[in-house]
Design a protein around this ligand. Structure first.
Ligand SMILES: [Zn+2]
Length: 391
């Protein structure tokens, strides 16, 4: 049995997609959405964030920040918020001043790109939130050198709550490799898989990644490789490089019919532990029964303890997807293979760790990493890209 959707209901809002009349278009307040907001709406519409079917009210927002649960007690760790600029606020609440919190009764038209109708938000409430408190709760820090925190500080702190009615989709250059939860659920069933382990990544695969995936696959029926693509940090692998590298790895090193590969368009928050739980919830909605959680999952810099993103799962025995925890892998010269501190007794000088910086430097100087580090077929395809990293 594939996993039941979070909250037992798979949200599917694209089924009642409709066109907008000229009059509706003219009557509604229009807000231009960012790419990231458009993607979030698409993910809501496809049920990746089930059971959430819109942008959160202040009650849900507070509950998620304080309790890491929705008001109905379902685990949920990062609020789903539509931030709106102050210039829209007085129009939305029909008042000359800007309140902390107000009811809204208007539909708002989100446009993307530019003024193309993209989605309707059935406005319910408008509220103001405290950026510092948000950053502290979600990221565990208010340090603006954290990319997620910097993002919060840059954006407005008014939020419009309301259910979403998607009208269009965001053009997708990876449409061939993008499955929705309703599609993966059918696919997993067709394959007869009862246990499916999800692998979240934002990197081209080195041997350490492959090892985690294969250990997990050894105990499950299928592997769901689901790399996040979209806005990234400078120095990260470009989306097309990640896709090419995985296709190569799967072609050469995985048994046919053991893997489903699909990309996830999603904006990384780098929120460490809280984001690890969201990663699990999203994959549960795709039908996965397990998810691999490694060292510093969804972390950045030194903001989180190496295994904090594993420990947080203790708080959610009712999550409905089982996390599989992995210590960091390395190549051990004495073991002559991939190992980690749980299974290898040899010391540090025998160990070759998989450092992202080392990999990046090798590729930037057009050199293939050693085969203990990355499969030659994978290195090859990365070296073929003129500039594999986000600049
Ligand atoms: Zn060893």
């Amino acid at each position: 049995m594939v996993s039941r959707p979070h909250g037992n209901r798979l949200v599917q809002l694209y089924s009642d997609r409709r066109r907008l009349s000229r009059r509706e278009f003219d009557d509604m307040i229009k807000i231009t959405a960012s790419y990231e907001t458009a993607i979030m709406i698409e993910n809501i519409g496809d049920g990746i964030l089930s059971p959430v079917d819109g942008f959160m009210t202040s009650d849900e927002f507070d509950s998620v920040l304080e309790e890491m649960r929705l008001t109905n007690d379902l685990p949920w760790t990062i609020p789903i918020v539509l931030r709106v600029e102050e210039r829209f606020v007085s129009r939305l609440v029909n008042k000359p001043y800007v309140p902390q919190r107000a009811e809204v009764h208007d539909d708002v038209l989100l446009c993307y790109p530019n003024d193309a109708p993209f989605a309707i938000v059935k406005g319910e409430e408008l509220f103001k939130f405290n950026k510092m408190a948000y950053a502290k709760k979600v990221y565990g820090t208010t340090d603006a050198s954290h990319p997620g925190v910097a993002n919060v500080f840059r954006q407005p702190n008014y939020a419009l709550a309301g259910k979403v009615v998607p009208l269009a989709r965001v053009p997708n250059q990876f449409a061939r490799f993008t499955l929705t939860p309703s599609e993966t659920r059918v696919l997993f069933e067709e394959k007869g898989w009862k246990t499916i382990v999800a692998f979240q990544t934002r990197n081209a695969p080195h041997i350490g990644h492959e090892y985690v995936q294969k250990i997990a696959l050894a105990f499950t029926d299928g592997l769901f490789i689901n790399p996040v693509i979209g806005k990234k940090k400078k120095g990260d692998f470009k989306d097309e490089v990640i896709v090419d590298a995985y296709l190569r790895l799967i072609e050469y090193y995985y048994p046919k019919n053991s893997v489903v590969f699909s990309v996830l368009r999603y904006e990384m928050q780098y929120a460490g532990p809280r984001e690890a739980v969201m990663h699990a919830i999203m994959r549960k909605n795709f039908g996965c029964t397990h998810i691999a959680i490694g060292r510093d999952h969804a972390g950045v810099g030194n903001f989180y303890k190496p295994y904090a993103a594993q420990e947080i799962f203790n708080k959610f025995p009712d999550l409905g997807i089982t996390p599989l925890f992995f210590k960091e892998f390395f190549y051990c010269k004495r073991c002559e293979g991939i190992s980690n501190e749980k299974i290898c007794p040899h010391g540090g000088s025998n160990r070759l760790t998989f450092s992202g910086t080392t990999l990046r430097n090798l590729f930037l100087s057009k050199q293939a990493p050693p085969k203990e580090y990355m499969r030659p077929e994978v290195s090859d395809v990365i070296l073929k890209h003129p500039s594999p990293f986000v600049e």
